[in-house]
Design a protein around this ligand. Structure first.
Ligand code: WQD
Length: 338
C-alpha cells in the first residue's frame, strides 16, 4: 500500500496525518477545498518533511473533480477527513451539514468503487456516543442519537460505510472515533488555527496566553466532576495522526469493518487543563466562571485498550506536551497561518 488520498489534508488533523504518512514511507495525495484550511500549510508540510505532496484544490462533493484525482493517481487507500465540524454551527445550518458531509462521503465511495480502491479510514468522533451513560466509553457502547447534526452526520457515515462493507466484503473500513484533539507539530509550524473566535478550549486558551483574547470563560463549574468543570479526553494531534498510520497497517490485514477509540483513556477537567497550560508555559490564564454551554456533557473520555491491543498504538504525549506545542504554535502564528 503506497498512495493514500487524504481528503481535508491541509486541515488541523489532516496535515499532521500527511506528515506521519510521509515519515512512514507512504505517498499522500491531498484534496482540500480550503474552506477551513490554508494552502500555506502545504509549504509547511514540505519544510517539515522535505517532500511536497501532490495537492488538488478540490471540493470532495464535486464528483467530476474528485474522479479526476482518482484517475490521475493509483490510490491504494483513502483517509477521509473532509467535512464541516463545528457543533454549534451544525445546529443552525443542518441542511448544509447533511449535504456537505454526506455528499462528500458518497462521492468518495463512488470513486473508490470505480477505481477498485478497497481501503478507507473515516474520521469519526466521540460525539457518536451521544450523552454518555457512563465513562470510559468503549467501542461496543451503543451509537446513540447524537446531540447535534454534526454528530448525526458521523453516525450516518459510519452506518453507510458498514453497509458498503457488508455488500462488498473485500472492502476494509477503519472507523476512528476521536476524542479531543489538541496541540500542534513540535516545530511550531502547524497547529489548531480556527477562523474567528475559537469554539474549542485549547485554541481559546492559547489566544488568551498571547494576549489576543482577554479572559477565558469556563462554561460551568457545577458539574458532577472532580472540580465541577467539564472533563474530556484530550489527545495530542500527533498521537492521533500516528493512530491513522497504525490503522492503515491494520487494513492491510483485510480486517473488514473495524472501529477504534483514539484518546488517551484519561479524563482532564477544564481547570486541570488550564493549570497544566500555565505550568508548561510559565503563563497566567485569567478566567471567569460562566454559565454552562448548551449541549455540553459533564464527562467524556475513552477506553483505548482495543486500539492498544489491535493496532499496537497508544497515545504517548502528555497534556503538558500538547499545551507546550499549542502555545509554541500560537506564539509563532499570532494571527494564524497566513
Ligand atoms: C471542552 C471543554 C467546555 C471552550 C467538541 C466537539 C467534538 C470535537 C472536539 C470535532 C468543555 C469547556 C470550552 C471555552 C470552556 N470536535 N470550554 N470554555 O465540546 O468537548 O468537543 O470539540 O470533532 O466533536 O463536540 O470541545 O474544546 O469545545 O470543550 O469552558 O471557551 O472545555 O465546556 O467542558 P468539546 P471543547
Amino acid at each position: 500500500m503506497k498512495k493514500v488520498l487524504v481528503t481535508g489534508g491541509l486541515g488541523f488533523i489532516g496535515s499532521e496525518a500527511v506528515i506521519c504518512l510521509i515519515e512512514n514511507g507512504y505517498e499522500p495525495v491531498i484534496i482540500d477545498n480550503l474552506f477551513n484550511a490554508k494552502v500555506a500549510v502545504l509549504d509547511r508540510i514540505e519544510t517539515i518533511t522535505h517532500f511536497r505532496p501532490k495537492f488538488y484544490e478540490v471540493d470532495a462533493t464535486d464528483e467530476e473533480a474528485t474522479e479526476k484525482v482518482f484517475a490521475e493517481n493509483e490510490i491504494d487507500a483513502v483517509i477521509h477527513f473532509a467535512g464541516y465540524k463545528a457543533v454549534g454551527e451544525s445546529v443552525e445550518k443542518p441542511l448544509e451539514y447533511y449535504e456537505n458531509n454526506l455528499e462528500s462521503l458518497i462521492v468518495i465511495a463512488k470513486c473508490m468503487k470505480r477505481h477498485n480502491v478497497k481501503n478507507i479510514i473515516f474520521s469519526s468522533s466521540a460525539t457518536v456516543y451521544g450523552v454518555p451513560s457512563r465513562v470510559p466509553l468503549y467501542e461496543s457502547d451503543p451509537v446513540a442519537e447524537a446531540t447535534n447534526p454534526y454528530g448525526e452526520t458521523k453516525v450516518m457515515i459510519e452506518r453507510i460505510l458498514k453497509d458498503l462493507q457488508k455488500a462488498d466484503p473485500t472492502l476494509n473500513v477503519g472507523i476512528l472515533r476521536y476524542f479531543n484533539p489538541i496541540g500542534g507539530h513540535p516545530s511550531g509550524l502547524l497547529g489548531e488555527d480556527p477562523n474567528g473566535i475559537p469554539n474549542n478550549l485549547l485554541p481559546y486558551v492559547s489566544q488568551v496566553a498571547i494576549g489576543k483574547l482577554k479572559c477565558l470563560k469556563i462554561f460551568g463549574d457545577d458539574y458532577p466532576t472532580v472540580d465541577g468543570t467539564g472533563v474530556r479526553d484530550y489527545i495530542h494531534v500527533v498521537d492521533l495522526a500516528e493512530g491513522h498510520v497504525a490503522t492503515l497497517k491494520k487494513l492491510e490485514e483485510n480486517p473488514g469493518y473495524v472501529v477504534y477509540n483514539l484518546g488517551t483513556g484519561k479524563g482532564t477537567s477544564v481547570l486541570e487543563l488550564v493549570h497544566a497550560y500555565e505550568k508548561a508555559n510559565g503563563v497566567k490564564i485569567p478566567y471567569v466562571i460562566a454559565p454552562r454551554r448548551a449541549g455540553d456533557v459533564a464527562e467524556n473520555y475513552a477506553d483505548c485498550e482495543k486500539a492498544a491491543k489491535e493496532l499496537h498504538w497508544r497515545a504517548k504525549f502528555t497534556i503538558e506536551d500538547a499545551c507546550r506545542d499549542a502555545y509554541n504554535f500560537q506564539k509563532n502564528n499570532p494571527e494564524g497561518i497566513k
